[in-house]
Write a protein that binds this ligand. Sequence first.
Ligand code: AMP
Ligand code: MG
Length: 281
Amino acid sequence: MNYSKKFIVEPGSSVRLNNFDTKFEKKHVKKKSSKKKTGKLQKKMDELQYRLFAKHKHSLLIVLQAPDAGGKDGVVRHVIGSMNPQGCRVVGFKQPTPEELTHDFLWRIERQVPKPGEVIIFNRSHYEDVLVVRVHDLVPKEVWSNRYEQINNFEKRLIANDTHILKFFLHISKEEQLHRFKQRLEDPTKRWKISEADYKEREFWESYQEAYEDALNKCSSKDAPWFVIPSDQKWFRNLAISQIISKTMKKLHIEFPEPTVNIEDIRRKYHKAVNEGKKQK
Ligand code: AMP
Ligand code: MG
């Protein structure tokens, strides 16, 4: 199945998250075979990223947004972890620092966008400025409501400079979030992730869903699409995201760059070096 088509937010649509499945329990996607497929796609991604890096022309920006315990860290580890760290970087966005707050909201984002040949993953992003900021009235409505257009213009500018943008919303159910909070409590290896804010933010679940819907509907474009990924099942989330990323990279048809030297000349030099080596023996 083509997950790009299945989960894309069509530009100009008006999605309602309630109508989107969080599980995607279809008989034909089985956990075991899907893990195998994901593994193959990861190899593919690694190879395509190597081409992107060598070519040094295009870049890829992957944006991850999700409710708490939605799986952003898991996507980074399992999906993007397969790429070569040379040319790949993860940037997390937390509460803005006092210095960042003196600038406009895109200032700290601009400094982290990919250079040619790079893949950058945003773990949270400029979208926080129309999500948490909106839900908690951190700025007046007149301010945040203007940001959708500013975000679209910003992304258009990146696209015009050969940056490809993929934005993933990891869609989990409220029950699954509570289940993951329970695991965090019970599993000593997960306790470090617990934050007081998790429970506070959960009380705002509906306001967040509305804010996500607006961001998805107002800011999904052909060249910077949003995807709503059913994420209650981690293995399916990983499969869908791996497929979408590798398909996008494949479509770029990136060839290795032409050598910058005269290969015949170099071949002659090589043979000469081999012959001289033989003579010395
Ligand atoms: P975490 O990713 O779990 O470490 O949490 C980071 C926290 O920073 C989350 O609660 C985000 O909502 C918050 N955050 C990120 N960006 C912003 C922003 N622009 N304004 C306010 N809070 C933010
Ligand atoms: Mg957290």
